[in-house]
Unconditional design. Sequence first.
Length: 295
Amino acid sequence: LIQLYAPLNILGMAYREIKQALTDMERMFSLMREDAEIEDAPDAVPLATRSATVEFAGVDFGYDAKRQILHGVDFRIPAGQTVAVVGSSGAGKSTLSKLLYRFYDVGGGVIRINGADVRTLTQASLRAHIGIVPQDTVLFNDTIYYNIAYGRPDATREEVMEAARSASILHFIESLPDKWDTTVGERGLKLSGGEKQRVAIARTILKNPPILIFDEATSALDSQTEKAIQAELAQISASRTTLIIAHRLSTIIDADEILVMEHGRVVERGPHRELLAQEGVYAKMWALQLSEEEA
Ligand code: ATP
């Protein structure tokens, strides 16, 4: 029996090793699959424009096959205009921006920029055309200068300072003891939500992309900071094709079109006044927000 045991044991060990190796391979393949999704097509062409019209046509999408998140989403942002998306948490708003940046490919339908399917464009050129001001900006453990210049590493010092000025963060930086050399991030000076968003706005001003995605912070900033950030946003989005993922309706009153999303579908659309007049979902959201502000 003992004689039998040893080989069985070895077999058992081998089995565990093989199983582990298979698990690793599965992981590797699933990583590769994710990468494959965003690989350039062999004949991909670079996008090169200063004036971009963005179009979602019948876009379906799910992060996995079992659960569809977006259902036939249609909208168009003519060059230089602003479309805002509102809707309850989990409606699929941020997913739109991830698809536009091509972190993932659509399951059905198509996303076009100036008529070209984003899957036919090189990834690098697509991303060079899009500036994202995210909900929560990632700061590197480095100087505040590095963190802003990151928007365009070959920018001159004057350009970096000018971007900081436009994002209303120059004064703050110059009031710090180490000024531009101040280390920020996890191991340095912690910036507030509003300051971090301003760093992101300054980066985006430096990058100077024709398409802008603004993912509004869920957590409320104090109302003065919020107003200031909204004003800065209005300025940088003025000449750009802009997609705003909004959590507060006050941000988007002036948007050319507002999309109201529920469970991955656009259920209402139009400019602010028209949506109010429809007395539907948007009008209810607006009334609720007003009463909350009053309270
Ligand atoms: P919020 O207002 O809370 O930010 P949202 O409308 O932006 O919500 P999304 O972030 O687009 O919603 O998420 C839509 C759905 O997709 C949610 O149900 C979410 O759980 C799911 N989801 C988002 N990201 C992923 C992911 N990386 N993997 C799997 N599911 C995801």
